[in-house]
Design a protein around this ligand. Sequence first.
Ligand SMILES: [Zn+2]
Length: 492
Amino acid sequence: MDFEAVIGLEVHAELATTAKIFCGCSTKYGAGPNTQTCPVCLGLPGTLPVLNEKVVEYCIRAGLALNCRIAGYSKLDRKNYFYPDLPKAYQISQYDLPLCRDGFLPLASGKTIRITRIHIEEDAGKLIHSAEEERYSLVDYNRTGVPLIEIVTAPDLATPEEAVEFLEKLRRILMYLGISDCKMEEGSLRCDANISLKPAGTPQLGTKTELKNINSFKALGRALAYEIERQSELLMEGKAVKQETRKWEEAKQRTLPLRSKEETQDYRYFPDPDLVPIELDPAYVAEIAASLPELPEAKKRRLIEEYHLPEYDADLITGSKHLADFFEAVLKHYFSPKAASNWIMGELLRLMGEAGLTPEDLTVNPAHLGDLLRRIDQGEISVSQGKNVFERVFRTGASPEEIIEAEGIRQISDEAWLRTVVAQVLKDNPQSVGDYLGGKTKAAQFLTGQVMRVTKGQANPQVIKVLLAQELAKVRKKTEETAGLARENKDL
Ligand SMILES: [Zn+2]
């Protein structure tokens, strides 16, 4: 029997506010354990939470970008559970009245994935478990009270590939909005997946499992693929799938049961009596809507239309708002869209990859790349010299002009002088010349290399190509004449 997968995602994004959701503590990642805490986020008795307005604003931004309805009236609820990472023994979240509802996000295929809701909530602390034989755990409350939004999709995704594409698109949008840095490896973007199988073509839904501990896009795809395999084997054997939460084990590339899934009633949600409901003025929401940046899909379309970039280039460049902004800034200095895109996708991304940098860390001055492209177009330096110069621009931040001056880099296009160099190279390499004349055209590459060596890489490759062809033709003619003469002498 064939099965179809039914997949829904729950995505948590840490919001990039400077302060926590109900107190003034810093949200900065990586500080010493428990250094960013106060009586409020430690849940000490007698303290009162005060809602950080930025959190509401950021959630509305996400809701608007994902085509949601923004609630005029919303409230915060307590979700009760007892675990050491939660000092109050309840998490402040939103239950029945989330800030945003009924949105959607289209995939590249045109299929639309519905977004059921987006709500705000506080993060819990982080437990650090010691090695098994030592039998203790440590807790770091720095993360307690860091604001989150939870984005819940309808079970509209049918394959692991669709789930990964959705998450990538969502991440791109949240980063464009500037509301989260979305680093999966630092936990600022987390994704849980619900998955069940049903017989192909039928409407009835099977029992679902929830997958946790997914730390990368790759892990999301693999965990879902593994779970499809596991569930279909069970169903084929006539066994039942258990409703449970399972953990993705990266090292072993498998899912393992974590606990039986809680039901909503287990959390005994109730409205938080310490916080007033959120009432939104439509004018405030309209103001936020007007301030939204151009979103990735719109930007991609515009780059294709305005600069005639191929779809592939536009997609790669709009993969990050920083990269797209950099691209357009380069064009302000020197307008050559396809060349700029080639250099960004080739040299820039290669150098950034080698240095372990993300587009957000990009510090290259766009004027420098624009200047370099102009110098190459004008024949002042060659493309390969340009690549060397750009690598130095990237590493030192110096301008192409400074580097070119300091190193005496220039491109020699002086034909008369280059012709003497070419002639000398041909004289010094009779073997290669013979090979070339004998039909081994590859020998020309060797000869070009020799000219480059003599000129320290500064010869204009275009000029060399022409001169080499001309000089080789001369040699050929001479050889033929000599051979002709020899025949005539013999005949005499
Ligand atoms: Zn605090």
